[in-house]
Write a protein that binds this ligand. Structure first.
Ligand code: GDD
Ligand code: MG
Length: 335
């Protein structure tokens, strides 16, 4: 068995303004926070103890996720006073865990349908120190580029470079043998990608790559986040978390969470998601959009390819397209 660490402390700068009051792991996709989809994936692979490594807006996680019992898991919280970087966050969170089981680390902004159980088995079979989930993308420049030899052993780790030698990239999910955690200095700002991984590879540690090209998406921009939500609703991505959640209705066109009220003359299409407690008025059209919780949409409004933050009221007959709306504010998104 293994335990988990979820990295949920980044600023989400590229997702502004969506992340002004909500850290990116708490943004709703397909009616549930990104983190909830990731926890469901971890649990599906047999991981039931997870530390949330938080920093930015850390206070919003605990009221929602609590001790994890309502998700059939045990959740612990490690809070960094100042962000420690990905490596420092892992070291800090691991102090809440023992050193007798493998530790699976997840970037907190990734939707993935890869075979996590298969990744852990591959790690064990190789008696590896670290096993990285890898995938392939058309343009590797924005990612960690990871060349391997023919046995799947990683030969270099090249974070965000202009001329990546391969399009095989770090997909942001790592299995660590527990002893390797102590290679990271405690209470220090460390980048796992720029410092720890290159050091482990050059010092001869057994770092393996597990190439699995199932559905994968980093939801780090508004465009990607909207796409991720639509993919979960339409079934392109596995939506394990929706199976256990309180859902009023779900089809490839829409998911409507419990407690929402939709007027019978409203239409919801394009894999839109409607959060719990939202009220959608008569004649409203919603297409390809994310509607947060407790949103009110006045009659006759049309919302297309937009993100409506929780608690927002939209005036009747409004026409909103490609935008972010929060309370009185509206801004165009770069979609
Ligand atoms: N707790 C904590 N503290 N978490 C952090 C910190 C920190 O100081 N800094 C970043 N994180 C979290 C972010 O919230 C995110 O979940 C994860 O670490 C990765 O950070 P990003 O800022 O999203 O990195 P990226 O997308 O540019 O690159 C990373 O992900 C790519 C795959 O999506 C790297 O791991 C790349 O190598 C990888 O290819
Ligand atoms: Mg990211």
């Amino acid at each position: 068995m293994a335990v988990g660490i979820l990295l949920v402390g980044g600023f989400g700068t590229r997702l502004m303004p969506l992340t002004r009051h909500t850290p990116k792991p708490m943004l709703p996709v397909a009616g549930l926070p990104v983190t909830q989809h990731q926890l469901a994936m971890a649990r599906n692979a047999g991981i039931t103890t997870v530390v949330l490594a938080t920093s930015y807006l850390s206070e919003v996680f605990i009221p929602y996720f609590g001790d994890g019992s309502k998700f059939g898991m045990k959740l612990l919280y490690a809070v960094e006073k100042e962000p420690l970087g990905t490596g420092g966050a892992i070291r800090n969170a691991a102090d809440l865990l023992g050193r007798d089981e493998s530790i699976v680390i997840f970037n907190g902004d990734v939707l993935s349908s890869h075979n996590l159980r298969g990744q852990i088995d591959f790690h064990d079979k190789n008696s590896a120190d670290v096993t990285l989930h890898l995938t392939q993308v058309d343009d590797a420049r924005a990612y960690g580029c990871v060349p391997m030899d023919s046995n799947g052993r990683v030969t270099a780790f090249l974070e965000k470079m202009e001329n990546p030698p391969t399009n095989t990239i770090n997909a942001g999910c790592y299995v660590f043998s527990p002893s390797v955690i102590d290679e990271i200095a405690p209470n220090t700002v460390v980048s796992i990608e720029r410092e720890t991984f290159p050091h482990l590879v050059s010092s001869g540690k057994k770092v393996f790559g597990y190439l699995d090209q199932s559905y994968w998406l980093d939801i780090g921009t508004p465009k990607a986040l909207m796409q991720g939500s639509r993919d979960l609703v339409s079934g392109v991505a596995d939506a394990l978390a929706l199976r256990d959640a309180k859902v009023l209705s779900h089809s490839p066109q829409s998911v409507v969470m419990d407690g929402a009220k939709i007027d019978t003359s409203a239409t919801i299409s394009g894999a839109s998601a409607i959060g719990p407690g939202s009220i959608i008025g008569a004649g409203v059209h919603i297409d390809g959009s994310i509607i947060g919780s407790d949103v009110v949409i006045g009659e006759g409004a049309t919302i297309t390819d937009s993100f409506i933050a929780s608690g927002t009221h939209i005036e009747k007959n409004s026409q909103i397209s490609g935008s972010y709306c929060e309370k009185g504010e509206i801004s165009l998104l770069n979609l």
